[in-house]
Design a protein. Sequence first.
Length: 262
Amino acid sequence: MGAPEILHRLRASLCTSARGSMTVEAAVILPFVLFVLLSMMYFTEALRIQRQIQDAAVQTSLHMSQYAYKGDLTQIYAYGKIKDYLSKSEQDFSMIKGGAAGISCLLSDTLDDADRVDLVVSYTLKLPYNVIGLPGIPVVQRACTRGWTGYEPDAYGKEEEQIVYVTEHGTVYHKTSECSHIDLTVRSADYQNLSSLRNEEGQKFSACEKCGGKPILAGRIFITNTGDCYHTTSECSGLKRGVLAIPISQAADYRPCSRCGG
């Protein structure tokens, strides 16, 4: 066998060895890359679900605080309100064990000794791949607001005075806490559909002066049926109403609401 033939066989052997080495490296690296990508997608979706549930918990807690004076709010009522808010978000909750039905409010205190509505939402996130037998990731989220328990007449037999409702920075008083000016129903909408969205008076929505300049997360905006602005976050102060229950004798500086006939 001549030197040229030996050199040719040696080159062929080296090429075959290099190709084999690259195949082994690809077999090791590819599963790791897929694992990282799937993990990133999983945690991104988990954060999206947590944000939607937190928004719903805050809205429910604020709503319940306005009716705390009735003293008949329950965990079942809280769960129903949270489901109502989540149904408007168009979010897929298949990652939650049991779906939307797997969300629990049983740890909530609808009115504690300090007149607070302490809403506790718990659920379990499914794992995308479970190699060690874990049941899932338990998650607990919380929203706590001050319950407006109102005014109690004294014990001297005086006639009970009419209670009216005002907001912290408002100039009108309302006969009912269910007036749409103060009991805002916030819903989530797709920003791409903004041009076709209208409020109950047929008006279009413009950007909120407070949060309109902030980035729109996941293409979702927040609106109300009675408002004329869209918000980039459900935490915008333009969507909040701190409602106070006061006797009408203390509402001399407020004018009656044009909507509820205050």
